[in-house]
Ligand binder design. Structure first.
Ligand SMILES: O=C(O)CCC(=O)C(=O)O
Length: 274
């Protein structure tokens, strides 16, 4: 069991995040990385750019992380016992590439209301300052902030959404070992720098776990039931993968990702890479 204790919950509520929480063993994290790299080898381009979403629908190892009871216990402590999974994202930063994530708040663009949801960032490799770990601005979750849409080169966010003038002296680096996770609040300002190491940095992000009372106000997307019951039925239900890279599951992933693109680019006259 990994329900959050009162100190951890206090940290989450006060600061807007909690980390580190042990979830996978090192070898489970490595086996998951190997499965991701197998998909990359067998199906080039399937899981990069706008394909990096919902890879858990074609990867049994990622699926088992999404439904891991330790993660769900921690999530339940924050959003309650009826939990849906509303998409996932692989944030991979390869060495010597320019990828970074500008400071932003997920709630500003994701369209999930009310904010009874939480994002789990699971490290599949060690994640630390030099390879571009996540950085959080503590206490920034108390209000929604203005964002510029920069569509800038190397930015791994769809529109290059950016909160300007983040006080770097207040920002905290969230260093995680492979297999650990952080949980962050929908409104926490966060981002990450480029990978200056010689290996990949892989974050698997369940974005997000939502309470059954949460609606998608910018479009539609399918959800999985992770725990409990859904008496609201706001979303279409999707199943779990049949097998690795299963043909039918690949189709479902594509359908879900097309819907996500509509959400991410709603009312935008420009499109980014992701
Ligand atoms: O992986 C990263 O560096 C950024 C991830 C992110 O923005 C998120 O999980 O919301």
């Amino acid at each position: 069991m990994a329900y959050l204790n009162s100190n951890q919950l206090k940290q989450y509520n006060d600061l807007g995040y909690i980390a580190p929480i042990d979830i996978l063993t090192k070898s489970e994290a490595l086996e998951t990385r190997i499965e991701i790299e197998l998909i990359e080898n067998k199906l080039p381009n399937e899981i990069d750019k706008s394909g990096r979403y919902n890879v858990h629908l074609i990867s049994p190892k990622l699926d088992s992380i999404v439904h891991d009871s330790k993660i769900l216990d921690a999530v339940e402590s924050i959003i309650g016992k009826n939990i849906l999974v509303c998409s996932t994202t692989l944030f991979i930063k390869n060495p010597k590439e320019k990828g970074f994530v500008s400071y932003h708040q997920d709630a500003k663009y994701i369209g999930l209301e009310p904010h009874n949801w939480v994002t789990a960032w699971v490290a599949l490799t060690d994640s630390y300052e030099k390879n571009g770990c996540m950085k959080m601005w503590p206490k920034s979750h108390l209000e929604i902030k203005d964002h510029n849409e920069k569509f800038n080169e190397g930015n791994l966010l769809t529109r290059g959404q950016t909160v300007e003038n983040v006080p770097e002296n207040e920002v905290r680096s969230i260093e995680l070992k492979a297999g650990q996770m952080s949980l962050h609040h929908p409104r926490i300002v966060h981002g990450s720098g480029i990978n200056k190491s010689n290996d990949r940095r892989i974050g698997f992000v369940i974005q997000s776990y939502i309470g059954t009372n949460v609606r998608q106000i910018l479009g539609k997307n399918g959800v999985q039931i992770a725990r409990g019951v859904d008496n609201y039925n706001f979303h279409q239900k999707i199943g779990r993968p049949n097998s690795l890279m299963n043909k039918n599951d690949l189709k479902i992933k594509k359908q879900e990702n097309d819907k996500l693109q509509e959400i991410f680019y709603k009312d935008s006259n420009k499109k980014g890479f992701y």
